[in-house]
Design a protein around this ligand. Structure first.
Ligand SMILES: [Zn+2]
Length: 1151
């Protein structure tokens, strides 16, 4: 037993790169049945008898098994041996370890014995509104905790809202429908969500998908359940959102606010500026909490509909007030046109904000907007600004390190630079949650609809100033674990009986402390060696695993890398083959290795292919490499064992000779056809033969149409976009690759795919194996060495060099009351609990959703432990364990005070990635809108002070939810622009699926930096500006990045001096838009700008090629696509318009 493993503490994971990123591919091309999404709206992923809606318990029984089984993760580790040299075992050795109990991991009996109560957490600033007494949910919890699984299941499945009916009649989804149709947090179920609560009628909530004949708008005469963004096929009768309104629909919504709203009131969202009364923030109205929404029929709505009233939204009779000082707070003004002027001025017309709404493509068919009276538009400066929020967080939270000893602390935003000190909970670099205060009950969770999820990046690279995880070696006995649930020793285990036993924080089971691990407790009950042991004091640590944790109980062989190069006509002609071979000669010197090792243990092998495969013998004893051709691709085998996988150093000369010869050998090829599946099979068979895990690097150029297994046909059909069959475009065209992926996972064979297509290659199908093996897909369309060579080489270098674990299995354990129910990412699952990754690299993130299966308690909070068992690049078996505790609350306001919107968006985006495999994109968009509207309306209803319905009130930490959600909705994945290819969409889908929070954030809301006033001396970056055309000045230069693309936009009136400094030309006209890097000039401005570009590139997992965009040039169209606050060419709403739409949705739910 090693007490303090300082000596082992060098991390194998330390990498120079920043912490951001994780790309990977989505693992969802595959068989849906592997998942147990119990609330997924995707029929494709529904399992078993799960009802369409909320059925959190349908898969409950699986909980009984999780830790069981033969999984490596659950091996019992109870060697009594004490091998540790360091700390002598005290003589008061505990009693011998009790025999492992047959456990049922999920018992209720121990429920009382929670983990030690942790110090309670300092709350974030209060929510924006003091919520009203009595506004808490009226639902009653199911009574006494059931005593066994069956009982519990029964109880839950039969559960109906047992408490008094909610006071608010207008909140349909949570009352009458809650049982069957409302999905409760995460994955919304379609039907219930589109409910407009107008009627509180179950029937109404189920009409989703039916073309309603009535106007969805509030105030429309007959109540209809259909909100504007319904999933209804372009039902013509449906007046969709903005379009139905007089064009600048947004106007009415909020009085034009004063500038810089976000500062107006720290606890009010800027939208409080829209409050149509004078007071800052919201004036409490002396009325029963819900009266404003209850009073009579949908009051607030009526005004909305009245076409001619330009200010409809503000003038609910008796309820609403005029904006601004004009109206005394609390006084209804009657029906009266709003006077926008009360708050600031009408904004000037702005380029990005046409008054009219996004086209039908967006919201379905819309009647042409009626002629609108002249209106004032909502001032974009008065709505919540992402930049302001990001800057405020950076200013307030970057100076002090974020220490993790306190439970349930929300970390700074992912955009903020801050240092983390691990003092008992895992760093946000590894785990970020959507909420840090989980609702105590599933009813509360259902009511709020806030998804409870964590985005986990197990092997994340930490910033250089943070210590990598400690490696703990318990010798032959392996890590100490709970007898019952098999959780690993961590700060959540409480030692009792003088240190002889410990009680598990997850399942409450009491386990004997093995003699060699015994230690006395101090007067507070803490082990005296607590701070000497990383596993007892830190949120993250890594254990060396014993042979029990190895496949077939055998210590693994070091992994292998196999390079498989397409040498068909296209690949050769584009210069690709030359480029790869030249690069590999040096790149092979940089294979990943443990920091303690001089050379990498990874062996390498080489294959080239077109219609047939060529294997190479590069044994060190050969003078020249030997080629062996396999032309029978129907039944792939490896024609040589000895000499195929070799040590780079030993075989250096032969390898170099081979890499020199390959381009020559195929220089004159006429072969245009390729195979693909046999290429993967070849790599897989080679790894099998060598009995090791490894990674395949496949460089591929075309649709595999040659006769072979997995042969594909061109099925590109753009006409399907926007139809119910659109989903088929994202599904693989054959199940062949899904089966192949399964075999690869079993062998620990991870596949990275580099694509160089000149036309459709069916990324949706070719990407299946990479996405289910934890691999990555890279795509270089119309690849040309001069323009794309840099990007490809940088990606390849990073991909080959990055830290990666093989044959990984990840399991997330949770404390009693919640459990991980759904997983999103690039992996494979053969059961409901184990996430299997043939390869897991430092960039890959897995998003996990949690649901209640019992009540949680405020006292014990909710705990999660993510354990990843993997083989390191040197062949060592390791266990990395991340622990995180969050608070639990009985008040909704506490939930809304501690959310992380960036993580929420990551979850929603991944949810969308999966859903488009089985549902029309419009349905997916509607679902996200509906769920978000529910989240925000629940806040409004239960947490915000009463105020007029014309006012949009958002929780402080979710005030950016609308703007970010809109970015997801209008992304090419969900609402493609006309020029994006189907392959590109499939590609994006795969990328998003394994993004971490930092990546998804910048991907959906790009960073736009003005460069006019660059600080050329210091390191500071200019303050970003909002992604909207109106923020661009003709005299300026701007840099925009989203993690995949990097643009330098040049205004037409940029000063000559500046042009000279950057481009070495005084004339705008002479700037060459085809450059992909700036000229290297010896002036401070140029140097600083290039340094910034470089720093952006280093920060992201994929190399971004620079595109120079001149104002009014044709490339500008592409650039504008990333100005996400503006209306998009494909019909995506502008931020302002979308916010108004969300407001209407919320009002509908409230009324
Ligand atoms: Zn346990």
């Amino acid at each position: 037993m090693n007490v303090n493993q300082q000596a082992h503490m060098t991390s194998p994971y330390r990498q120079p790169q920043p912490t951001l990123q994780g790309y990977a591919q989505p693992g969802y091309g595959g068989p849906p049945t592997q998942y147990t999404p119990y609330n997924s709206p995707n029929p494709g992923y529904q399992q078993g008898p799960a009802p369409a809606g909320y059925s959190p318990y349908s898969s409950l029984s699986s909980k009984a098994f999780p830790a069981t089984l033969a999984s490596d993760l659950s091996c019992n580790s109870s060697s009594p041996l004490d091998l540790g040299p360091v700390r002598p075992t005290p003589n008061s050795v505990g009693p011998p370890m009790s025999a492992p109990q047959g456990y049922s991991q999920f018992t209720q009996g121990d429920v009382q014995n929670g983990p030690p109560t942790m110090s309670s957490q300092p709350h974030r600033p209060p929510v924006s509104q003091s919520y009203l007494p009595g506004s808490q949910p009226a639902y009653q919890q199911y009574g006494v905790p059931p005593t066994n699984m069956q009982q519990m299941t029964n109880q839950m499945s039969g559960m109906h809202v047992s408490g008094p009916p909610p006071a608010v009649s207008g909140y349909a989804p949570h009352s009458s429908n809650s049982q069957t149709s409302v999905s409760f947090s995460g994955t919304p179920s379609f039907p219930p969500h589109s409910v407009s609560s107008q009627q509180n009628s179950p029937a109404a909530s189920l009409t989703h998908g039916q073309p309603p004949s009535q106007s969805p708008f509030p105030g429309a005469p007959p109540p209809v359940s259909q909100p504007q963004y319904s999933s209804v096929p372009p039902a013509s009768s449906q007046p969709h959102y903005p379009g139905a309104q007089p064009p600048p629909a947004s106007q009415g919504q909020f009085p034009v606010g004063p500038p810089s709203p976000s500062q107006a009131s720290p606890f009010h969202t800027p939208l409080s500026n829209f409050v149509p009364h004078a007071g800052p923030g919201v004036q409490p109205v002396q009325a029963p909490p819900h009266s404003q929404y209850l009073s009579g029929p949908p009051l607030p709505r009526q005004p909305m509909q009245g076409p001619p009233l330009s200010q409809q939204n503000h003038v609910a009779p008796g309820m609403q007030r005029l904006p601004g000082q004009a109206a005394p707070p609390g006084q209804g003004q009657g029906v009266q046109p709003q006077q926008n002027g009360a708050f600031g001025q009408m904004s000037r017309p702005q380029p990005g904000y046409g008054g009219s709404y996004p086209g039908p493509q967006n919201y379905g068919a819309q009647p042409p907007p009626p002629a609108a009276p002249p209106q004032k538009r909502l001032d974009p400066d008065s709505i919540p600004s992402p930049i302001q929020v990001i800057e405020d967080d950076q200013a307030n939270r970057s100076s002090e390190p974020f220490t993790t000893e306190v439970r349930g602390q929300a970390p700074p935003l992912v955009t903020t630079n801050f240092q983390v000190k691990d003092q008992g909970n895992a760093s946000p670099s590894y785990i970020r949650c959507t909420a840090y205060n989980f609702p105590c009950t599933s009813d509360m969770a259902k009511q709020s609809q806030v998804p409870l999820a964590a985005v986990i990046k197990p092997l994340a690279t930490l910033p250089l100033d943070e210590a990598p995880p400690y490696i703990v070696d318990h010798g032959e006995s392996g890590p100490i674990r709970c007898n019952r649930c098999k959780a690993y020793m961590c700060p959540f285990m409480q030692f009792i009986e003088g240190g002889r036993r410990f009680q598990c924080g997850f399942c409450s089971c009491v386990t004997e402390v093995p003699p060699h691990y015994f230690q006395h407790l101090d007067h507070t009950g803490k082990r005296v060696d607590c701070y000497d042991r990383p596993e007892l004091s830190m949120g993250t640590c890594e254990f060396t695993a014993t042979v029990d944790y190895c496949k077939n109980n055998k210590i693994p062989q070091p992994p292998a890398f196999i390079f498989l190069i397409d040498v068909s006509y296209n690949a050769v002609k584009s210069g690709l083959v030359d480029l790869i071979c030249a690069e590999l000669k040096t790149l092979l010197d940089y294979l990943p290795r443990e920091s303690s090792e001089e050379d990498s243990c990874i062996r390498v092998g080489f294959v080239t292919y077109n219609k047939v495969l060529h294997f190479y013998n590069v044994k060190s004893s050969l003078a020249q490499p030997q080629m062996m051709v396999v032309s029978d691709v129907a039944d792939m085998f490896v024609p040589l064992l000895d000499g195929f996988l070799v040590d780079v150093n030993e075989s250096r000369a032969v390898i170099n000779s081979l890499l020199d010869q390959i381009p020559e050998m195929f220089a004159d090829t006429r072969e245009t056809e390729t195979v693909f599946a046999p290429v993967i099979q070849a790599g897989l068979e080679a790894l099998k033969a060598a009995d090791c895990a490894g990674k395949l690097f496949i460089f591929h150029s075309s649709l595999p149409i040659a006769e072979a297994p997995g042969k594909l046909k061109n099925r590109e059909d753009k006409k399907l976009v926007g139809t119910d069959k659109e989903k088929t475009l994202f599904q693989p065209q054959t199940s062949f690759f899904g089966n192949l992926a399964k075999e690869c996972v079993a062998q620990g064979c991870c596949v990275d795919l580099f694509l160089f297509p000149n036309q459709y290659v069916d990324v949706a199908t070719l990407g299946v194996v990479p996405s289910q093996t934890g691999g990555s897909v890279y795509k270089y369309t119309y690849f040309q060495v001069p323009s794309d060579g840099d990007r490809f080489l940088n990606d390849l270098r990073r991909d080959v060099q990055k830290q990666v674990g093989f044959d990984a299995v990840m399991r997330v354990r949770t404390s009693t009351g919640i459990r991980a129910t759904d997983f999103f990412g690039a992996f494979y699952m053969s059961n409901t609990t184990d996430v299997e990754l043939a390869g897991l690299d430092c960039d890959k993130a897995v998003t996990v959703e949690f649901r209640h299966d019992d009540k949680l308690s405020e006292e014990s909070g909710a705990l999660m432990q993510c354990a990843v068992l993997y083989t390191s690049c040197s062949g060592q078996r390791r266990l990395r364990v991340h622990n995180l505790s969050v608070n639990c609350c009985t008040q909704l306001a506490d939930l809304y005070r501690n959310c992380d919107t960036d993580t929420l968006i990551n979850f929603f985006a991944k949810y969308a990635c999966r859903s488009i495999l089985s549902s029309p994109t419009k349905t997916v968009r509607d679902t996200l809108i509906n769920q978000s509207a529910h989240i925000l309306s629940c806040y409004r209803k239960n947490c915000a002070s009463p105020s007029s319905a014309g006012q949009l009130i958002l929780p402080e930490c979710m005030k950016l939810l609308p703007v970010y959600l809109n970015c997801v909705l209008k992304s090419d994945m969900l609402q493609p622009s006309a020029d994006i290819s189907l392959d590109d969409r499939a590609y994006l889908r795969q990328l998003v699926t394994s993004m971490d929070v930092a990546e998804s954030h910048v991907f959906f809301y790009p960073r736009l930096l003005p460069l006019q006033k660059l600080d050329v001396e210091g390191d500071s970056l200019p303050t970003a500006v909002r992604a909207s055309e109106e923020r661009l000045s003709k005299g300026g230069l701007y840099l925009l990045e989203n993690g995949l693309h990097l643009f330098l936009w040049v205004g037409a009136n940029v000063q000559q001096e500046l042009l000279q400094s950057v481009f070495n030309t005084p004339s705008f006209g002479q700037i060459d838009p085809s450059m992909t890097n700036l000229p290297v000039l010896n002036n401070p401005y140029s140097q600083r700008l290039r340094a910034i570009i470089e720093s952006f590139r280093v920060q992201r997992p994929r190399y971004m090629k620079l595109m120079v965009v001149k104002q009014d040039d044709k490339l500008e169209l592409i650039f504008k696509h990333f100005l996400v606050e503006d209306k998009s060419a494909s019909g995506g709403a502008s931020y302002v318009d979308f916010l108004c739409h969300m407001h209407k949705e919320i009002r509908q739910l409230l009324s």
